[in-house]
Design a binder for this molecule. Structure first.
Ligand SMILES: [Zn+2]
Length: 245
């Protein structure tokens, strides 16, 4: 099921005593044939890699041993962890960024994630997108990535609140207190925002990242009614989940 015939030179050792806690999902993001994409990861000049690359037919290629630190996340942050590469496994999906993922690809992805979760005792909640951990800098795996499909497979959690006809009203007077509460929820989920009480750029980027993952139909960075509702729900479910695990 997994091919080991290609090896990337782009890795180093994980920081001593680091635990593999996260799986980070990416898309390759360029309109390029698969052999060119894989050659990029195999070329030491690129300085990038991932542990697994999945092509459109669902074939999985292991490019870096899981015990090693692949170079996929770059500058990143989640829940006070700043060396995501040392604490994660990176999975790249061959996808130009504006196209649907194939069903074969998603099937292989789900199988691979389940196996990696089991082998490394990774919590379901810690399956994240590159956009979650590098806010304002990365947008992959993008709004076409079906987080709801993964949630059905008990990987992560997706809001049951409406993704259609949602309330876009953002005319509420957002007091510094409300903004602080929103920032606090984003922070507790894991996002790299500060509790400034000001609707600053970092908060906008945090909200955009949140929307990409939990309300992909509209990524605005605005604090509309629907975003507040979904954020409250995700935060609550996550708190319950963390308390129970
Ligand atoms: Zn990425």
């Amino acid at each position: 099921m997994i091919s080991y015939k290609y090896k990337s030179p782009n890795y180093n050792n994980r920081v001593k005593n680091s635990k593999i806690e996260f799986i980070i999902i990416h898309y390759t993001g360029v309109d390029m044939q698969f052999h060119k994409v894989i050659n990029w990861f195999l070329d030491e000049r690129s300085r990038v890699s991932c542990h697994f690359l999945i092509d459109k037919s669902g074939e999985i290629y292991n490019l870096v041993d899981v015990s090693k630190r692949a170079w996929h996340a770059g500058k990143s942050f989640w829940n006070n962890c700043v060396d995501i590469n040392s604490n994660s496994i990176g999975i790249e999906l061959h996808n130009a960024g504006n196209e649907d993922f194939t069903s074969h690809q998603l099937e292989s992805l789900v199988k691979l994630i389940k196996k990696l979760m089991q082998d490394n005792a990774i919590q379901s909640w810690n399956i994240l997108g590159h956009s979650d951990v590098s806010i304002g800098r990365k947008i992959d795996p993008g709004i076409k990535f079906p987080w709801h499909h993964l949630a059905k497979e008990k990987i992560g959690f997706f809001s049951n609140l409406s993704q259609e006809n949602f309330d876009m009203d953002n005319s509420d007077n957002n007091s510094p207190q409300t903004i602080k509460e929103i920032q606090s929820k984003l922070m507790r989920i894991g996002y790299d925002v500060n509790k400034s009480g000001v609707f600053d750029m970092q908060t906008v980027e945090g909200l955009k990242a949140f929307q990409r993952h939990w309300r992909p139909v509209k990524v605005s960075g605005m604090l509309d009614v629907s975003t507040k509702q979904i954020l409250t729900e995700v935060h609550k479910k996550l708190s319950e989940y963390r308390a129970a695990n």
